[in-house]
Design a protein around this ligand. Sequence first.
Ligand code: GLN
Length: 470
Amino acid sequence: MVSYSNFSEKLALIKSGRLTLSENVDFFLQKIRDNSDLNAYNFVFEDAAKKRALEVEAKIKSGNFGKLAGLVVAIKDVLSLKDNPLTCSSKILKDFEAVYTATAVQKLLDEDAIIIGKTNCDEFAMGSSNENSAFGPALNPVDKDYVPGGSSGGSAVAVAAGLCDVSLGTDTGGSIRQPASYCGIVGMKPTYGLVSRFGLTAFASSFDTIGPFANNVEDAELLLSVIAGFDENDSTSVEHQYTPDEKNLDEIVIGLPKEYFGEGTDEEVNKSLQEAISTLKNNGVKFKEISLPHTEYTIATYYILTTAEASSNLSRYDGARYGYRSENVADLAEMYENSRSEGFGDEVKRRIMLGTYVLSAGYYDAYYLKAQKVRRLIREDFDKAFEEVDFILTPTTPGTAFKLGENIDDPLKMYMLDIFTTSANLAGIPGISLPVKNVTGKMPVGLQLFGNRLSDAGLFAAAKQIFSLL
Ligand code: GLN
């Protein structure tokens, strides 16, 4: 098959007749089969994708087609697509089918994208390694002994291994940016509220966002520009029109928060980031050291608030209304208890217990309410920083991908890996992870760029130029 490096090249090839969409979809389907050991997909929509390829190809030929006509997209298995499985990689939603389509997914369909399948992830998007999945772990295509990151591991693997053009993931505390970083691709988390959460299975509602994975910044931006927009079905949706930004890198100042470069970050990551920063400096980019003083509280705050929200959101899986129901029950109470005990995995149970604890009478003020206050302080750190600088550059993660099983018995260690990503969700700001060269090792390293709330288009403009310089 003739190759292309981004979607606009692909579309030109299709229009010129040098590439047929059916051939392209068959190519992806074959490659998915050849790489089934990566375990990137929970479900592949073979027949539907083939059928749609023919329809979209005809539309392109007729000259009347949508913005994503011919783009082959994979979506994380926490997003609803009517009449198709929606499992969130959980046994409790085994055999459950979505009863409506998520707004973000519908927008892809309306612009003639082809949805090729649903990707593997950590159960209910809780995790950093894709090891908490009822479908088993997805593997990092750079080296299969390593995790791809999580929770949107499958979406990152599908793009990195060439098993689709682009994909959608979700990011509650880093689940797009961290796997993008571990797999060496681009991943972006938008401003909270920019993309409707309608049809996204809730983990922590005040943190959850939907965003793109791609091999290049242009395709990631295109995908985001399509899924963004107000939706009356989501009460937290913001009224904001996404319009691309033209800002040049030499008009901006980028902040380097001292708390993100100190001890706790691996040498490999520090060195690779320093190298990238000096390349940017040599190209005239201006940097300024800044401080985000409440950084040390982000993990505690994030895990108190998200577990609280999760314990409430996940109460709906009671064995009565959705998916799995235990066979082994004597009465109603036992039906609830056994369905939940058998249906949820260990990490999800841990979060429900933590969340129930921090919300319970007597602890609510000490934990939940306190954490809400600290969340505001973290948000204010960013507000102050963005008075001084346009964007903020940090490592995406303190280390590179780790080996499968390496952190599975140490949840606290696993939680600490989210130190640089959770802050953006606490503050509701956008963030993007871009691959940079690893100067000492082989696993990919990610550079993260934060922007102020609703500066998503500016963030993409800066990211495009940075990506081309690195
Ligand atoms: N790793 C984080 C967690 O486990 C982030 C998850 C996410 O963004 N969905 O909560």
